[in-house]
Design a protein around this ligand. Structure first.
Ligand code: PEP
Ligand code: MN
Length: 356
């Protein structure tokens, strides 16, 4: 098999168990996935960074041997997670084609630096960097820059969006926070971006929706956890799917072209874009006028020495706008968040006026 290159195929589909557990489970899962012809790379973790001690922390080196057998039997490239120099050295010794840095490792500059340095003599291997656990784009892009600074060619580096750890209630295990990804994409526009619905969702029913959304947002591929017997998996059981379910999900995802030269498409799009530009200008002119009006209110309150926050008035604004916008097809969540942002800005301007 020739050298594996990122970016050769879109969508790039990576699938396999969260962890290599036994030789039979690893090989059987991979064989079933490979037989479909829909999977490009087989994944399996052999070193598992677990939240709790005493849970399964990975099979270690024997798992690399099983993955070698997977590669021979299926002809597909293999991928594992690495978190330090010795992982990198062992993975390369066993001919692993694609490495990835896990979310718990991306948060650690020492670990990322060690991995970057251990790749110094192996610039050929492709490596994917998962987003850090926390929604911190600088930390993620810092990890990319550490690899680049050690001489890893940009085309051998890719990104995985696996969602962000979140303190609070969410239907996702790691909410996707798509806007974070838009920022990362504008920092590294040519870098392959893969979506990891398994770790975003943490459960099976939501997987397809996230995979389709990634396809709609022009991602370059997916990494999905699959296990011959998901309920019995030793890690991440609730999000793993059988190879059959994995394949039918992949088959159902509709991928969109990155762009098109079609003149009708371009001219229709341009009309809408001009309209959007015009609306945005008007929106911000109005917002500026609103702020100037609220400055005036600040002066009036100051003159009479009245407190800035008038809860009744704020409640009245929310009630009025929510009932008005309901008929406009705007969601309550959207309207509330905009009102809150406007209100915070007004308060901070009035605060400045009061204390001038
Ligand atoms: C994994 O891919 O199995 C894994 C540990 O993922 P993450 O680093 O995204 O938690
Ligand atoms: Mn996992």
């Amino acid at each position: 098999m020739g050298k594996f290159s990122l970016g050769n195929k879109r969508p790039l589909i990576i699938a396999g168990p969260c962890s290599a557990e036994t030789k039979e489970q690893t090989i059987e899962t991979a064989m079933q996935l490979a037989r479909s012809g829909r999977v490009d790379v087989i994944r399996a973790g052999v070193w598992k960074p677990r939240t709790q001690p005493g849970t399964f922390e990975g099979i270690g080196e024997p798992g690399l041997q099983w993955l070698c057998e997977v590669k021979q039997a299926t002809g597909l490239p293999i991928a594992v997670e690495v978190a330090n120099r010795s992982h990198v050295e062992l993975a390369l010794k066993y001919g692993v084609d694609l490495l990835w840095i896990g979310a718990r490792t991306t948060v650690s500059p020492f670990a990322v630096q060690e991995i970057a340095e251990s790749l110094h003599d192996n610039h050929d291997v492709a490596i994917l960097i998962k987003n850090p656990m926390t929604p911190d784009i600088d930390l993620w892009s810092g990890a990319v820059n550490r690899l680049i600074n050690e001489g890893v060619p940009r085309e051998n580096i890719g990104l995985i969006h696996r969602g962000f750890s979140y303190f609070g209630h969410s239907k996702y295990r790691n909410p996707p926070m798509w806007h974070m990804i838009f920022e990362m994409r504008s920092r590294f526009p040519d870098m392959v971006m893969i979506c990891d619905p398994s770790h975003i969702c943490g459960c099976r029913p939501l997987l397809y929706g996230i995979a389709q959304q990634a396809a709609d947002l022009c991602y370059d591929g997916l990494i999905i956890e699959s296990h011959i017997c998901p309920d019995k998996a030793w890690s991440d059981a609730s999000q793993q799917v059988t190879p059959d379910d994995c394949i039918s999900m992949i088959d159902n995802v509709m991928w969109r072209a990155k762009t098109t030269e079609d003149p009708e498409f371009t001219s229709e799009l341009n009309v809408c874009r001009q309209k959007i530009d015009q609306i945005d200008s008007e929106l911000f002119e109005l917002l500026s006028e609103r702020m100037r009006t609220s400055d005036k209110i600040g002066e009036i309150k100051k003159a009479s020495n009245v407190a800035i926050l008038q809860s009744n008035r704020w409640d009245e604004i929310c009630r009025r706008m929510l009932s008005m916008t309901r008929e406009m097809g705007l969601s309550e969540e959207f309207v509330s968040s905009i009102l809150e942002t406007i209100h915070m800005e007004s308060i901070s301007r009035q605060n400045e006026i009061m204390n001038k």
